[in-house]
Design a binder for this molecule. Sequence first.
Ligand code: ADP
Ligand code: GN1
Ligand code: MG
Length: 362
Amino acid sequence: MKQLLLTKAFAIDGIIKEIVPFGNGHINDTYRLVNENAGKPDYLLQRINHHVFRNIPAMMGNIQLVTSHIRRKLLFAGEDVCTKVSTLIHTHDGSHFLKEEGEYWRVFKFMKDLRSYDKPYNPEQMYEGARAFGEFLNYLSDFPIQELHYTLPDFHNMKFRLKQFMAARDEAGEHQRNQARDEIRYVLETADYVTAIQDIPVRHYMPLRVTHNDTKFNNVLLDAHDKGQCVIDLDTVMPGYVYFDVGDGIRTGASTADEHELDLQKVDVDLAMIDAFAEGYLNSTGNLLGEAEMSILPKSGIYMSFIMGLRFLTDYLQGNKYYKTDFPDHNLHRARCQLHLSKLMRKRLPEITKAFGKTTLI
Ligand code: ADP
Ligand code: GN1
Ligand code: MG
């Protein structure tokens, strides 16, 4: 098998006996590499989607810099570097990825005692995941941000995403446009509201920080006692605003339904989960966040659910080229659900604001 041959290029300890597809990411392909010798580590092999990530050396450079920075801090604090930060495995010639027949591959050490959940089962898990995401921001708060590449420029830029959407709508076939009629209308009537959120950081001189930018709940690993350990999936680490990470955390962890739930009646905002996220995140970020940053957090879920809905809708209108899909209208259902969630978060803004303990900026 091709993947098995590839692993020979990496400095792997032991012999890989089995390769198992792993995880439910929408972009890369992930496999668990099972070691023949139970005393040796397992590994995680990933095929990096180079249609999405156009500059893989730059992206891998970011991951290398950021994980080294966190590792140094953990060592200094006497913390466990095996479970609290991802370990990239280099190739025999010292690179952190392999290019083979036009495809890009990388390997991490597999943390076999940790696991991720698409959604938290209870507020304790949510608290712990949020605490780990907050810790991640903290560890990187003194990282020299100018050393990072903008891996995906305009990634959470609402105005840019709206432009992409308009172009997609204009070029879409009649069938897609009809199917998505209600969502298209909702996007157009809500565009001013969400772009106004985007303008808040600029007006209030909010700092750019090293943010993760893809803090889906399944991108944090918990241990067997549900303690938050390691933030993973570092492809999108680059300069950003803190509300991106908080918003994506509550979009995924505080929704009562799956990301693509077909039955919108099942979609709701779980306020106990919002409370848990706010508490975990703010406990671990301590005094790091300024007043303006704090004040935008209640609106973060509205923003991030909307931008995800918008991106799924755009991809649907463009013929599903970006995200992996499992069934024909998958992206349309994802869009419907995320836009609905955004609407619900807007309705629940007073309660969400209370959870974050501040009033929102207007
Ligand atoms: P994707 O970009 O496809 O979401 P991830 O890097 O998030 O890829 O990995 C997919 C899944 O693999 C994660 O949700 C997690 O369950 C698991 N995983 C990722 N890295 C590790 C690791 N180092 N050790 C153990 N499990 C991991
Ligand atoms: C993608 O790779 P994955 O599944 O963690 C996407 C995120 C979206 C997410 C929606 C590089 O993340 O931005 O929030 O799907 N990643 C990229 O589930 O576009
Ligand atoms: Mg992931």
